[in-house]
Write a protein that binds this ligand. Structure first.
Ligand SMILES: Cc1cc2nc3c(=O)[nH]c(=O)nc-3n(C[C@H](O)[C@H](O)[C@H](O)COP(=O)(O)OP(=O)(O)OC[C@H]3O[C@@H](n4cnc5c(N)ncnc54)[C@H](O)[C@@H]3O)c2cc1C
Length: 367
């Protein structure tokens, strides 16, 4: 196979013609800032970082790179933990930091069209003014492009699905620079090949997402959280099955093990009982429905042996809970200074959760 081509002084000149002199950098600082994600894997700096501002610029960069066989790696927010935004073969790193605009809010269609670099939290802060939100939430302030490329999931997947289930249409730039549209704003999309979902989860290997139309949901007025502590992982898993089987539809769900609860208590002063714990969130249209969800969830958890169940309907308390969950990774890093964290994701069905969780070894510092 032909080797990759280098980024030469002539390449830098041609890139500057495409994105402008301030649209690229080959400085040591910028290259090392984009050399690794938040995971365990070794750093590989790109030869140049490029910040395009339009799909046309991305297309021109791809044509140049394709002609000169220069590898290109897209970069959203670099929060991946599986090494996929690391430019393993050097080349051009395309950062979407400057393509982070909301193109249009189609409020009555429950849709929004965005550029790929916008963070999902920043997007949701803006959408709140319309009473709407984009559901997938991987914890970190990931970019929409990175979330679609990774098919990100998270605490809300239980009700709203992953990124794949929340995108209707994308504009994609192919390796040869062609700009194509996949999917459509129509919710009914049953004819032809499903190219949209071929690109979702392809980690930037099939094309570069330069725009996406996302599915939105209304923010319901009554949101409450339930925290249930168990003595065994098995009981917590049974409670998840029973809650869902009982017709309750949590809008967010997270299992947190006893060691992580201790960490959250220490760092975020949550004051939770230590044990395998479920965080459940319910969104309802009426206060009565919200109260009923909490009552049923409490009843189910207690029946299945929860030693403590508490509910909160205040926004501040809920935010504190989810904020602590989302900050757990940084808390772990701080708890073991100088150590690298190896994060791995294991996908199993709900009922097969207990064995892998029981196998989880203690943190490296404690072994
Ligand atoms: C504390 C923490 C918790 C996390 N929890 C979860 C979780 O619960 N669930 C989950 O799914 N993930 C989780 N993640 C991982 C990460 O946040 C997600 O994978 C997220 O989707 C990465 O988005 P990003 O913008 O940071 O993308 P990056 O890390 O920059 O890139 C990810 C991939 O997308 C590609 N890419 C980026 N932009 C584009 C584009 N415009 N077009 C094409 N390809 C592109 C990159 O080349 C790379 O392959 C977590 C990470 C952290 C640090």
């Amino acid at each position: 196979m032909q080797a990759y081509g280098p980024v030469t002084a002539a390449t830098l000149g041609r890139l500057a013609e495409i994105v402008g002199a301030d649209g690229l950098s080959a400085s040591e600082a910028d290259r090392s800032l984009h050399a690794r994600d938040q995971g365990f894997y070794a750093a590989h700096p790109p030869e140049v970082v490029v910040w395009p501002t339009s799909a046309e610029q991305v297309s021109a960069v791809m044509q140049l790179a394709s002609r000169e066989r220069i590898p290109v790696t897209p970069w959203g927010a670099g929060t991946s933990i599986e090494a996929n935004p690391i430019p393993l073969h050097g080349g051009i790193l395309l950062s979407f930091e400057r393509m982070a605009a909301i193109v249009a809010v189609h409020a009555d269609d429950f849709q929004v069209t965005v550029q790929p670099g916008i963070g999902h939290r920043d997007l949701n802060a803006e959408l709140a003014r319309h009473g709407l939100f984009f559901a997938p939430d991987p914890g970190a302030n990931a970019s929409i492009g990175g979330m679609l490329a990774n098919n990100a999931a998270g605490i809300r997947t239980v009700r709203y699905g992953a990124a794949r289930d929340n995108v209707l249409r994308m504009q994609v730039v192919l390796a040869d620079g062609r700009i194509i549209q996949v999917g459509s704003r129509s919710v009914k999309q049953s004819s032809g090949y499903d190219l949209l979902h071929l690109f979702v989860g392809s980690e930037g290997t099939l094309g570069i997402i330069t725009e996406a139309t996302l599915r939105l949901y209304p923010i319901l007025e009554h949101i409450s959280a339930v925290v249930a502590t168990f003595t065994a992982v098995e009981a917590a898993v049974e409670a998840v099955v029973a809650v869902r089987g009982g017709g309750l539809d949590p809008s967010a769900l997270e299992f947190v093990d006893a060691a992580s609860i201790e960490l959250l208590n220490r760092n975020a002063q949550l004051g939770l009982p230590v044990g395998p714990t479920l965080f459940l969130e319910f969104q309802s249209a009426t206060a009565q429905a919200a109260a009923e969800s909490i009552r049923l969830a409490e009843e189910i958890c207690r029946e299945l042996g929860a030693t403590s169940v508490s509910a909160t309907a205040t926004a501040g308390e809920r935010r504190r809970l989810w904020h602590a969950r989302n900050a757990a990774y940084e808390m772990m890093l701080r708890a073991y200074p100088g150590q690298r964290m190896f994060i791995n994701e294991v996908g199993v069905s709900i009922t097969t959760h207990p064995p892998p969780l029981a196998f989880t070894p203690p943190p490296a510092g404690e072994r």
